[in-house]
Design a protein around this ligand. Sequence first.
Ligand code: F6P
Length: 319
Amino acid sequence: MKKIGVLTSGGDAPGMNAAVRAVVRKALYHGIEVAGIYHGYQGLIEGNIEDLGAGDVGDIIQRGGTALYSARCPEFKTDAGQQKAIEQLKKRGIEGLVVIGGDGSYRGALALTEKGFPCIGVPGTIDNDIPGTDYTIGFDTALNTVIECIDKIRDTATSHERSFIIEVMGRDAGDLALWAGLAGGAETIIIPEVPNDIDGLVKRLEQGHERGKKHSIIIVAEGVMSAGELAKLLLEKADIETRVSVLGHIQRGGSPTARDRVLASQLGAKAVEVLMENRGGVAIGIRNHMVVDYDLKDVFNKEHKADLSMYTLSKELSI
Ligand code: F6P
């Protein structure tokens, strides 16, 4: 392969820049040219593409967001959109594409591969919901951001002897809420992977209160319900008053942690290695601390599973 492309797509995630840097530098190191595609699949269709040198990805390893910008692109879901994208790539002599993003971005990568253009998926999303990889780029940074917020909210919860509901992102997955809940010492974690039990929650809160617990932190994953809805339910059902905090897009920003930078560097470089072997339709991931590659189709045939032993542990520790 003489020239490859790289793009970031979907919701941005801290560490995407480190992954882009790794793709560009690894390719250049091996004498392969790299084109940066700006604004994700939208930019690809529109031909928003520029060649990148080693210096173009200097000074970005520490930056959150994505220097290549990102977008969600409905046109790319159509056959015509995908054909236009392939024409743009071929016009510039690009022979393989690295897509850094979440499962929506992977769908696009699979569609192009099935049309004969080799693509590699690198997992970049704070949701940690891509089947086949233990971690996604951005998850660790988002988790640490959430923890910082929980710690701050806990200060005021303690001072005022109040209960707080904190709503955490994650789309349909509970990983961010689960990890944040365990690491933040939350009294209760509500995630999509565990059936919702409001009566049980009320009982726990009341029992805690009877034992002298004056404040509590409840983490709710956005995939279950909003913090506002939960607050309303608790008030109506049991006259329990809470304060609500929706962390929102703050979770997507910030300088990536060392862990995310290392992961992004490893996975980005591996994507180039796979393209150098003339392989496409491949997903890159990390399992048991080992960088792995696997069939991109597996992302859609398999399910990401949250580690529910952490849920049980959190319950045991938050008595
Ligand atoms: O997939 C990342 C994510 O931040 C989800 O956690 C969240 O549900 C969604 O993106 C928000 O998307 P948008 O930024 O388009 O509102």
